[in-house]
Design a protein around this ligand. Structure first.
Ligand SMILES: Cc1cc2nc3c(=O)[nH]c(=O)nc-3n(C[C@H](O)[C@H](O)[C@H](O)COP(=O)(O)OP(=O)(O)OC[C@H]3O[C@@H](n4cnc5c(N)ncnc54)[C@H](O)[C@@H]3O)c2cc1C
Length: 286
Protein backbone atom coordinates (compact mmCIF):
# COMPACT_ATOMS: atom_id res chain seq x y z
CA UNK A 1 0.00 0.00 0.00
CA UNK A 2 1.37 3.39 -0.97
CA UNK A 3 0.84 6.42 1.26
CA UNK A 4 0.69 8.79 -1.69
CA UNK A 5 0.20 8.04 -5.38
CA UNK A 6 0.60 10.95 -7.76
CA UNK A 7 -0.76 10.77 -11.30
CA UNK A 8 1.38 12.96 -13.52
CA UNK A 9 5.09 13.82 -13.62
CA UNK A 10 4.87 17.45 -14.72
CA UNK A 11 5.82 20.35 -12.42
CA UNK A 12 2.70 19.84 -10.24
CA UNK A 13 3.13 16.11 -9.64
CA UNK A 14 6.90 16.26 -9.15
CA UNK A 15 6.67 19.16 -6.68
CA UNK A 16 4.12 17.27 -4.59
CA UNK A 17 6.39 14.23 -4.51
CA UNK A 18 9.43 16.20 -3.32
CA UNK A 19 7.55 17.05 -0.12
CA UNK A 20 5.82 13.71 0.50
CA UNK A 21 8.99 11.66 -0.14
CA UNK A 22 11.08 13.87 2.15
CA UNK A 23 8.42 13.37 4.84
CA UNK A 24 9.30 9.68 4.59
CA UNK A 25 5.94 8.64 3.16
CA UNK A 26 5.86 5.88 0.54
CA UNK A 27 5.37 7.93 -2.61
CA UNK A 28 4.77 6.78 -6.17
CA UNK A 29 4.34 8.69 -9.42
CA UNK A 30 2.65 7.24 -12.47
CA UNK A 31 2.95 9.08 -15.73
CA UNK A 32 2.42 8.41 -19.40
CA UNK A 33 3.97 10.40 -22.22
CA UNK A 34 1.92 13.52 -22.58
CA UNK A 35 2.94 16.65 -20.68
CA UNK A 36 2.35 20.27 -21.66
CA UNK A 37 5.90 20.94 -20.51
CA UNK A 38 7.45 18.54 -23.03
CA UNK A 39 5.73 20.44 -25.84
CA UNK A 40 7.20 23.75 -24.69
CA UNK A 41 10.24 24.69 -26.77
CA UNK A 42 11.68 27.14 -24.29
CA UNK A 43 10.60 28.42 -20.88
CA UNK A 44 11.86 31.97 -20.43
CA UNK A 45 9.66 33.11 -17.59
CA UNK A 46 10.43 30.62 -14.81
CA UNK A 47 12.64 31.61 -11.90
CA UNK A 48 16.35 30.78 -11.93
CA UNK A 49 17.26 30.05 -15.57
CA UNK A 50 19.25 32.98 -16.89
CA UNK A 51 19.04 31.78 -20.51
CA UNK A 52 15.72 29.96 -20.24
CA UNK A 53 15.38 26.18 -20.42
CA UNK A 54 13.71 23.79 -22.85
CA UNK A 55 10.44 22.33 -21.58
CA UNK A 56 11.64 18.79 -22.32
CA UNK A 57 14.82 19.30 -20.28
CA UNK A 58 12.91 20.77 -17.33
CA UNK A 59 10.43 17.86 -17.45
CA UNK A 60 13.16 15.22 -17.57
CA UNK A 61 15.15 16.97 -14.81
CA UNK A 62 12.07 16.91 -12.57
CA UNK A 63 11.59 13.17 -13.04
CA UNK A 64 15.30 12.52 -12.33
CA UNK A 65 15.14 14.73 -9.21
CA UNK A 66 12.19 12.75 -7.79
CA UNK A 67 13.84 9.45 -8.73
CA UNK A 68 17.08 10.47 -6.96
CA UNK A 69 15.10 11.18 -3.81
CA UNK A 70 13.66 7.66 -3.86
CA UNK A 71 10.18 8.25 -5.34
CA UNK A 72 8.93 5.09 -7.10
CA UNK A 73 8.26 6.12 -10.68
CA UNK A 74 6.18 4.09 -13.12
CA UNK A 75 5.77 4.93 -16.79
CA UNK A 76 2.27 3.53 -17.29
CA UNK A 77 -1.09 4.85 -18.41
CA UNK A 78 -3.70 5.15 -15.68
CA UNK A 79 -7.07 3.98 -16.98
CA UNK A 80 -9.13 3.80 -13.80
CA UNK A 81 -9.19 5.04 -10.20
CA UNK A 82 -11.66 3.59 -7.69
CA UNK A 83 -12.45 4.29 -4.06
CA UNK A 84 -11.77 1.29 -1.83
CA UNK A 85 -11.73 0.79 1.93
CA UNK A 86 -9.05 3.05 3.44
CA UNK A 87 -8.03 4.59 0.14
CA UNK A 88 -7.99 4.16 -3.61
CA UNK A 89 -7.21 1.51 -6.22
CA UNK A 90 -5.39 2.76 -9.31
CA UNK A 91 -5.42 0.62 -12.44
CA UNK A 92 -2.98 1.06 -15.30
CA UNK A 93 -2.67 -0.89 -18.55
CA UNK A 94 -0.04 -3.04 -16.76
CA UNK A 95 -0.82 -3.24 -13.04
CA UNK A 96 -2.84 -1.94 -10.10
CA UNK A 97 -1.81 -0.04 -6.96
CA UNK A 98 -3.44 0.61 -3.59
CA UNK A 99 -2.85 3.97 -1.96
CA UNK A 100 -4.15 6.06 0.93
CA UNK A 101 -4.00 9.33 -1.04
CA UNK A 102 -4.27 10.20 -4.73
CA UNK A 103 -2.92 13.47 -6.08
CA UNK A 104 -4.22 14.22 -9.57
CA UNK A 105 -1.68 16.22 -11.56
CA UNK A 106 -2.48 15.15 -15.08
CA UNK A 107 -2.45 18.57 -16.70
CA UNK A 108 -4.83 20.36 -19.01
CA UNK A 109 -5.75 17.61 -21.40
CA UNK A 110 -8.64 18.11 -23.76
CA UNK A 111 -10.21 14.84 -24.75
CA UNK A 112 -12.92 16.32 -26.85
CA UNK A 113 -12.68 15.19 -30.49
CA UNK A 114 -13.37 17.82 -33.10
CA UNK A 115 -16.56 16.27 -34.44
CA UNK A 116 -19.59 18.29 -35.52
CA UNK A 117 -22.48 17.87 -33.09
CA UNK A 118 -20.47 16.54 -30.16
CA UNK A 119 -20.99 19.57 -27.91
CA UNK A 120 -24.60 20.02 -28.98
CA UNK A 121 -25.50 16.55 -27.71
CA UNK A 122 -23.50 16.56 -24.46
CA UNK A 123 -25.90 15.32 -21.78
CA UNK A 124 -28.31 14.26 -24.53
CA UNK A 125 -26.58 11.10 -25.68
CA UNK A 126 -22.93 12.15 -25.58
CA UNK A 127 -21.21 11.14 -22.32
CA UNK A 128 -17.64 11.21 -21.02
CA UNK A 129 -18.13 8.67 -18.22
CA UNK A 130 -19.23 5.04 -18.67
CA UNK A 131 -19.46 4.29 -14.97
CA UNK A 132 -21.65 7.38 -14.40
CA UNK A 133 -24.02 7.15 -17.39
CA UNK A 134 -23.79 3.56 -18.67
CA UNK A 135 -26.96 2.56 -16.83
CA UNK A 136 -29.06 4.86 -19.06
CA UNK A 137 -28.14 2.71 -22.06
CA UNK A 138 -29.31 -0.70 -20.84
CA UNK A 139 -29.89 -2.98 -23.83
CA UNK A 140 -29.24 -0.11 -26.25
CA UNK A 141 -26.78 0.40 -29.10
CA UNK A 142 -23.87 2.60 -28.25
CA UNK A 143 -20.67 3.91 -29.76
CA UNK A 144 -17.38 4.44 -27.90
CA UNK A 145 -15.08 6.99 -29.55
CA UNK A 146 -11.42 6.13 -28.99
CA UNK A 147 -8.82 3.50 -29.81
CA UNK A 148 -6.44 3.21 -26.84
CA UNK A 149 -6.34 1.59 -23.40
CA UNK A 150 -8.82 4.09 -22.01
CA UNK A 151 -11.39 3.31 -24.74
CA UNK A 152 -11.06 -0.40 -23.93
CA UNK A 153 -11.55 0.28 -20.21
CA UNK A 154 -14.73 2.27 -20.94
CA UNK A 155 -15.96 -0.44 -23.34
CA UNK A 156 -15.43 -3.10 -20.66
CA UNK A 157 -17.47 -0.98 -18.27
CA UNK A 158 -20.37 -0.99 -20.78
CA UNK A 159 -20.15 -4.51 -22.14
CA UNK A 160 -22.68 -6.07 -19.75
CA UNK A 161 -25.06 -3.13 -19.92
CA UNK A 162 -25.47 -2.28 -23.61
CA UNK A 163 -26.92 -4.54 -26.26
CA UNK A 164 -24.16 -3.80 -28.71
CA UNK A 165 -21.14 -1.51 -28.79
CA UNK A 166 -19.22 -0.10 -31.73
CA UNK A 167 -15.73 1.17 -30.97
CA UNK A 168 -15.28 4.15 -33.27
CA UNK A 169 -11.59 4.83 -33.81
CA UNK A 170 -12.28 7.87 -36.02
CA UNK A 171 -9.43 7.08 -38.42
CA UNK A 172 -7.02 5.64 -35.84
CA UNK A 173 -5.71 2.08 -35.94
CA UNK A 174 -8.09 -0.54 -34.54
CA UNK A 175 -7.21 -1.80 -31.03
CA UNK A 176 -6.60 -5.50 -30.33
CA UNK A 177 -9.93 -6.22 -28.67
CA UNK A 178 -12.58 -8.88 -29.15
CA UNK A 179 -15.95 -9.41 -27.48
CA UNK A 180 -19.23 -10.92 -28.69
CA UNK A 181 -21.25 -7.72 -28.71
CA UNK A 182 -18.45 -5.36 -29.77
CA UNK A 183 -17.51 -4.35 -33.31
CA UNK A 184 -14.79 -1.93 -34.37
CA UNK A 185 -15.22 0.72 -37.04
CA UNK A 186 -12.15 2.68 -38.11
CA UNK A 187 -13.89 5.13 -40.46
CA UNK A 188 -13.48 8.86 -39.83
CA UNK A 189 -16.54 10.51 -38.32
CA UNK A 190 -18.14 13.50 -40.03
CA UNK A 191 -21.03 14.46 -37.74
CA UNK A 192 -23.39 13.37 -35.00
CA UNK A 193 -27.06 13.75 -35.87
CA UNK A 194 -30.27 13.69 -33.90
CA UNK A 195 -33.35 15.66 -33.02
CA UNK A 196 -33.63 16.02 -29.24
CA UNK A 197 -30.91 13.43 -28.57
CA UNK A 198 -28.24 11.44 -30.40
CA UNK A 199 -29.69 9.20 -33.11
CA UNK A 200 -27.06 8.62 -35.76
CA UNK A 201 -23.39 8.94 -36.60
CA UNK A 202 -22.44 10.00 -40.11
CA UNK A 203 -19.00 8.99 -41.36
CA UNK A 204 -16.86 10.96 -43.83
CA UNK A 205 -17.79 8.47 -46.57
CA UNK A 206 -21.47 9.39 -45.81
CA UNK A 207 -22.36 5.93 -44.48
CA UNK A 208 -24.34 6.06 -41.24
CA UNK A 209 -24.64 4.14 -37.98
CA UNK A 210 -27.70 4.27 -35.71
CA UNK A 211 -26.78 4.65 -32.01
CA UNK A 212 -28.65 5.57 -28.82
CA UNK A 213 -25.60 7.00 -27.12
CA UNK A 214 -21.93 7.86 -27.57
CA UNK A 215 -19.18 7.59 -24.94
CA UNK A 216 -16.08 9.65 -25.61
CA UNK A 217 -12.84 7.94 -24.50
CA UNK A 218 -10.25 9.38 -26.85
CA UNK A 219 -6.55 9.27 -25.96
CA UNK A 220 -5.59 8.81 -22.32
CA UNK A 221 -7.99 9.60 -19.48
CA UNK A 222 -7.45 13.03 -17.98
CA UNK A 223 -8.00 14.47 -14.53
CA UNK A 224 -11.56 15.55 -15.25
CA UNK A 225 -12.60 12.04 -16.25
CA UNK A 226 -10.98 10.56 -13.12
CA UNK A 227 -12.46 13.25 -10.88
CA UNK A 228 -15.99 12.83 -12.23
CA UNK A 229 -15.88 9.07 -11.82
CA UNK A 230 -14.79 9.43 -8.20
CA UNK A 231 -17.58 11.91 -7.51
CA UNK A 232 -15.30 14.96 -7.25
CA UNK A 233 -16.77 18.29 -8.31
CA UNK A 234 -15.68 19.78 -11.62
CA UNK A 235 -16.50 23.09 -13.23
CA UNK A 236 -16.01 23.71 -16.94
CA UNK A 237 -13.75 20.65 -17.15
CA UNK A 238 -11.52 21.79 -14.27
CA UNK A 239 -11.35 20.09 -10.88
CA UNK A 240 -12.78 22.15 -8.04
CA UNK A 241 -10.33 22.41 -5.13
CA UNK A 242 -10.03 24.58 -2.03
CA UNK A 243 -6.90 26.50 -0.98
CA UNK A 244 -5.44 23.25 0.41
CA UNK A 245 -5.83 21.59 -3.02
CA UNK A 246 -8.40 19.24 -1.51
CA UNK A 247 -11.30 18.05 -3.62
CA UNK A 248 -14.62 17.20 -2.01
CA UNK A 249 -13.47 13.54 -1.80
CA UNK A 250 -11.39 12.70 1.29
CA UNK A 251 -7.81 11.80 0.36
CA UNK A 252 -8.15 13.08 -3.23
CA UNK A 253 -6.11 16.18 -4.13
CA UNK A 254 -5.63 17.96 -7.45
CA UNK A 255 -2.99 20.46 -8.59
CA UNK A 256 -1.51 22.17 -11.63
CA UNK A 257 -3.21 22.83 -14.95
CA UNK A 258 -6.08 20.44 -14.13
CA UNK A 259 -7.47 22.91 -11.57
CA UNK A 260 -7.63 25.77 -14.10
CA UNK A 261 -6.56 29.38 -13.53
CA UNK A 262 -3.06 30.38 -14.61
CA UNK A 263 -1.68 27.64 -16.84
CA UNK A 264 1.99 28.19 -16.01
CA UNK A 265 4.83 26.22 -14.46
CA UNK A 266 5.08 28.51 -11.39
CA UNK A 267 1.43 27.90 -10.46
CA UNK A 268 1.74 24.13 -11.01
CA UNK A 269 4.81 24.04 -8.73
CA UNK A 270 3.03 26.03 -6.00
CA UNK A 271 -0.11 23.91 -6.11
CA UNK A 272 1.91 20.68 -6.20
CA UNK A 273 3.84 21.73 -3.10
CA UNK A 274 0.60 22.66 -1.33
CA UNK A 275 -1.07 19.34 -2.24
CA UNK A 276 2.01 17.44 -1.04
CA UNK A 277 2.17 19.25 2.30
CA UNK A 278 -1.56 18.83 2.92
CA UNK A 279 -1.46 15.16 1.95
CA UNK A 280 1.31 14.55 4.51
CA UNK A 281 -0.95 15.90 7.25
CA UNK A 282 -3.84 13.80 5.98
CA UNK A 283 -1.84 10.54 6.03
CA UNK A 284 -0.37 11.29 9.47
CA UNK A 285 -3.83 12.04 10.84
CA UNK A 286 -5.30 8.71 9.70
C1 LIG B 1 3.14 25.11 -26.18
C2 LIG B 1 3.17 25.45 -24.69
C3 LIG B 1 4.00 26.47 -24.24
C4 LIG B 1 4.06 26.80 -22.88
N1 LIG B 1 4.91 27.78 -22.46
C5 LIG B 1 5.02 28.05 -21.12
C6 LIG B 1 5.95 29.04 -20.64
O1 LIG B 1 6.68 29.67 -21.42
N2 LIG B 1 6.01 29.24 -19.30
C7 LIG B 1 5.24 28.57 -18.40
O2 LIG B 1 5.37 28.80 -17.19
N3 LIG B 1 4.35 27.64 -18.84
C8 LIG B 1 4.22 27.36 -20.16
N4 LIG B 1 3.32 26.41 -20.60
C9 LIG B 1 2.43 25.77 -19.62
C10 LIG B 1 3.12 24.70 -18.77
O3 LIG B 1 3.76 23.76 -19.61
C11 LIG B 1 2.05 24.03 -17.88
O4 LIG B 1 1.39 25.02 -17.12
C12 LIG B 1 2.65 23.01 -16.93
O5 LIG B 1 3.40 22.02 -17.63
C13 LIG B 1 1.53 22.34 -16.11
O6 LIG B 1 2.07 21.36 -15.29
P1 LIG B 1 1.19 20.12 -14.80
O7 LIG B 1 2.12 19.35 -13.91
O8 LIG B 1 -0.08 20.59 -14.26
O9 LIG B 1 0.84 19.28 -16.11
P2 LIG B 1 1.75 18.68 -17.27
O10 LIG B 1 3.08 19.30 -17.34
O11 LIG B 1 0.90 18.75 -18.51
O12 LIG B 1 1.95 17.13 -16.86
C14 LIG B 1 0.88 16.24 -16.90
C15 LIG B 1 1.39 14.86 -16.51
O13 LIG B 1 0.28 13.96 -16.38
C16 LIG B 1 0.59 12.72 -17.02
N5 LIG B 1 -0.68 12.06 -17.40
C17 LIG B 1 -1.77 12.60 -18.01
N6 LIG B 1 -2.74 11.67 -18.15
C18 LIG B 1 -2.24 10.52 -17.61
C19 LIG B 1 -2.77 9.20 -17.45
N7 LIG B 1 -4.01 8.86 -17.83
N8 LIG B 1 -1.96 8.27 -16.89
C20 LIG B 1 -0.70 8.58 -16.46
N9 LIG B 1 -0.19 9.81 -16.58
C21 LIG B 1 -0.94 10.77 -17.14
C22 LIG B 1 1.49 13.10 -18.17
O14 LIG B 1 2.25 12.01 -18.58
C23 LIG B 1 2.34 14.20 -17.50
O15 LIG B 1 3.41 13.59 -16.82
C24 LIG B 1 3.25 26.08 -21.95
C25 LIG B 1 2.41 25.07 -22.41
C26 LIG B 1 2.37 24.74 -23.77
C27 LIG B 1 1.47 23.61 -24.24
Amino acid sequence: MYDIMIIGAGPAGISASLYTQRANLKTGIIYSDESALEKTKKIDNYYGFENGISGKELYENGIKQAENLGVIIKKEEVTKIEIIEKGFLITTQKDSYKTKVVILATGNKKNKPKIKGIEKFEGRGVSYCAVCDGFFYRNRSIGVIGSGNYAITETNELINIANDITILTNGEQAPEFRADNVTIDTKEIEEIHGDKKVEEIEFKDHTKLKVDGIFVAQGVAGSTEFAKKLGAFTKQDKIVVNEKMETNIKGLYACGDCTGGLLQVCKAVYEGATAGIQAIQYVRGH
